[in-house]
Ligand binder design. Structure first.
Ligand SMILES: NC(=O)c1ccc[n+]([C@@H]2O[C@H](COP(=O)([O-])OP(=O)(O)OC[C@H]3O[C@@H](n4cnc5c(N)ncnc54)[C@H](OP(=O)(O)O)[C@@H]3O)[C@@H](O)[C@H]2O)c1
Length: 293
C-alpha cells in the first residue's frame, strides 16, 4: 500500500515508517519543517510539507494514498490551554482526513490511549474516556471509528502510558525529564498505581497489522507490560540519574496530575489472539536501564 503517515518522524512514527517500508509498503510522510522532511526522506519516505493545521495538505495526502496512519500530536502539556489547543488542532485534522476517505473502503488507523477502568485490566472492549483533559482526543477517535458505517475501514491502535525506545518516551520519559529538572525522581501518591507500557518497535508492528487486517470500527491494545508500578519506574530512573526517589504532589505534573495518579493497567489478550501480535522487544523497566545520567 502507499500509506500517508502523520507524525512519521516521532518516537512511534519513525518505527512505524520503518516497519511499513520493511514490509513492502511505501510512505508519504507529513513533515512540518525542513528538518522533518529531511528525516522522513532519510528514512526512505516521501515527505509532504505541511502541518496538522494545513487542512488542504492533509486532504491531498489522504486522497492520493491507499491508507492513512495518523500519529501527529503536538504533545504540549505545558498548560491546560496549550493542551486544549493541541487537541482541537488534532481533532480538526482527523475529521478532514476521515471525510476524504468516506466511501473508499480504505483503512484509516488512528492512535489512541488505553482507557482505565477502576478495578480491572482495561480491555479492547472498554470505551475511551471522553471527558477530562484529553477527553477531546477520545471523542475525535470515536468519530473516526464511527466512519466505519460510511465506507472507511477505520481502526484505533491504543497506546499504553509509555511507549519507549532506548529508555526514552511516554509518561516514563516525562518522569525522567522532571527528575532531571527537579533533582528528585518523583511519583504521585504511594506509587503503587500501575501504568502499562510497550516498546515502540513492537507498537509499530501492531500499526502495520491494523492497517493490513483490522476490520472497520475496531480497537486494539499495543500493550506488552500490563502494568508497572510507578514507584518501580521512578526507582530505575532515580538509580540511573543518581537522584533520590520519593512521592511528590500530583500538582507537580500540571494538567496530567490526575492521569498520573490513576491505576490504569491494561490487557492486550484480544489483540494478540485476533491479529497474531507478539511483542519481542525489551519491557519498560529493562529499557529504562538505557537512561544516561
Ligand atoms: N509515546 C507514548 O508513550 C505515547 C503514549 C500514548 C499515546 N501516544 C500518542 O502517540 C502519538 C505519537 O507519539 P510519539 O511519542 O511518537 O510523539 P513524538 O515523538 O512527540 O512525535 C510527534 C510527531 O508528530 C509530529 N507533529 C507534532 N505536531 C505536529 C503538527 N502540528 N503538525 C505536523 N506534525 C506534527 C512531530 O513532527 P516533528 O518531527 O516535526 O516534531 C512528530 O513526527 C501521539 O498522538 C501521542 O499522543 C504516545
Amino acid at each position: 500500500m502507499h500509506v500517508f503517515v502523520t507524525g512519521g518522524t516521532g518516537l512511534i512514527g519513525s518505527a512505524v515508517v520503518a516497519e511499513l517500508l520493511g514490509n513492502g509498503h511505501t510512505v508519504l510522510a507529513l513533515a512540518r519543517s525542513d528538518a522533518s522532511a529531511r528525516a522522513a526522506e532519510a528514512a526512505g519516505a516521501e515527505p509532504l510539507r505541511g502541518g496538522l493545521s494545513d487542512l488542504d495538505t492533509l486532504r491531498a495526502g489522504a486522497a492520493g494514498a491507499d491508507g492513512v496512519i495518523h500519529l501527529a500530536f503536538s504533545n504540549d502539556f505545558s498548560s491546560p490551554d496549550a493542551l486544549a489547543q493541541a487537541v482541537a488542532e488534532e481533532s480538526a485534522a482527523m475529521q478532514v482526513i476521515g471525510d476524504e476517505l468516506v466511501g473508499s473502503g480504505r483503512p484509516f488507523v488512528t492512535v489512541s490511549g488505553t482507557p482505565w477502568v477502576p478495578g480491572h485490566l482495561a480491555t479492547e472492549a472498554d470505551p475511551l474516556p471522553t471527558d477530562g483533559p484529553v477527553g477531546g482526543r477520545g471523542r475525535a477517535v470515536n468519530a473516526v471509528l464511527g466512519l466505519a458505517t460510511r465506507g472507511v475501514r477505520s481502526t484505533a491502535v491504543r497506546m499504553p502510558r509509555t511507549v519507549h525506545n532506548n529508555g526514552t518516551g511516554g509518561f516514563a520519559g516525562l518522569l525522567t525529564g522532571i527528575a532531571r529538572q527537579s533533582g528528585v525522581s518523583g511519583y504521585p501518591g504511594d506509587g503503587t498505581q500501575r501504568w502499562p507500557a510497550v516498546h515502540a518497535l513492537d507498537a509499530a508492528v501492531l500499526f502495520r497489522l491494523a492497517l493490513e487486517q483490522a476490520e472497520a470500527g475496531s480497537a486494539w491494545h499495543a500493550v506488552d507490560d500490563e502494568g508497572d508500578q510507578v514507584r518501580d519506574i521512578a526507582t530505575v530512573i532515580g538509580r540511573r540519574l543518581g537522584l533520590p526517589v520519593r512521592s511528590v504532589p500530583a500538582e507537580t505534573y500540571g494538567p496530567l496530575g490526575p492521569v498520573f495518579a490513576a491505576d490504569q493497567p491494561a490487557s492486550s489478550a484480544r489483540t494478540r489472539e485476533a491479529l497474531g501480535w507478539e511483542p519481542t522487544h525489551p519491557r519498560l523497566l529493562a529499557d529504562l536501564e538505557n537512561i544516561q545520567p
